[in-house]
Design a protein around this ligand. Sequence first.
Ligand code: ZN
Ligand code: ZN
Length: 472
Amino acid sequence: MPLWMCDHQGCDRAAVRTLGDCLLCDRHLCSYHLRPEIHTCPEWEDENTYLPACREAENQELARLIRKINTSALRDRASFLRQGKPCSIPPVTYDGASRSSVMGGMNFHVEIRFDDGVEWMARFRRSNASSPPAAIRDYIMRSEVATLMFLEKTAVPTPKVYDFQLEHPGNPVGPAFILMEKLPGKPLEWSTATPEQKQRVMSQLADVHLELHKHPFRSFGSLDTPGDSHIGPFARESLTTFTKSGMQTIGPCCDLQDYYTSYVKLILNLILEEELYSGQPVDAYLIHRFLLDLVPLVVPSSQNEKNFYLKHADDKGDHILVDDQFNITGLIDWEWAHIAPPQYAFNSPTCLLPVAEFYDGNNSLGDDEIIFSRLLEEKGHSELARFVKDGRVQHRLDFCCGYNLMDWDGFLGLFRGLRDAVGMDNDLDWDDWKAVALQRYKNDLGLLQLLKLREERFDMDNSPVDGIDREP
Ligand SMILES: [Zn+2]
Ligand SMILES: [Zn+2]
């Protein structure tokens, strides 16, 4: 069973993930109904029409969410949790201008102000065509709460959780929410920070790695039970499918080889089911078929690994709150965080990658990564510094798996860098590599299935009787 069925009236095909999630008409579409002659929403390349339409769709989405929130019930709940201390909620509105102050990832934040000056916030999941189905959404939220509750026991500065409710008829607030402490500080903008400011943040970030290193787990997956250290499957929609018996999610895994092998096999299956990469299925299949061969080379089996550690899943920089002196006041947005082997958990955060060089295929460490690893060494943890120094190929594999091929130029650099790093097919441009891969995998049953399908479609599209207007 697919994640979503196509929303086109009367269609019973699987909707394509990502590519088929149209934010503008708020629908999930199959590969057939995504064709430009049928689906006529503006394309993202056309900034003049796409961006205004996108803003309008976002305004409507937030207006729908705000209408569902019962602010009196939220205020009463917050007040009850502080033994009746009065609080108020400023009018909840959204106009786009306040975006950065009220959004965090796929969440909308509502402020709660107590009369004694204490500030909380309620975190609501946004809901649009790119949101996961309810069962996965709830699992991810439960996992985020479990992660935050674990973090409260550490010295990592994170918001304290006071309450959470999933969306169900007994939830008086309406949509699912997490009620948490509002931390001071503003989101870090890494690209505009000075070297001195960056150095201060990196030193404190190194302390966070040291602190998380003191709290090992025994398994590789997501915390799934608030208040408990139980680890279950990964709380992430890209690792999830539905079968007749319900939600099926990858994990817990025994090591990175197990994780990447399961993930790449899932992607290959989804390509064959037309749930992924319907725009260029053969290219995507060849890439991931090759990645499947690379996995054992990049991440040798390490089933003796006994310790696993918490990893933030979206560490692009704005998950770090800083004060005016660039001291870290908090780390936020722990949605999708999971427990991972040390070489994954302690690799350099994404915000430290040298973006231009990284996407250009250059495998040298960036200046920030070199400073970060030196800081870890100075703090007496050369073993953690080693994960940063040896982490590039790991980053490359991670980015290439499931990458959005709409950013084709970005992908080509990433993929070339990966082939260079492992010394396989490293002297080939894309066309030459594709020719080699078609030959290499010519007996692969999945590839044969895709090539046959493409041939049939081509015949159908070029037939005067059965043209493109024929429904599948
Ligand atoms: Zn649309
Ligand atoms: Zn359809």
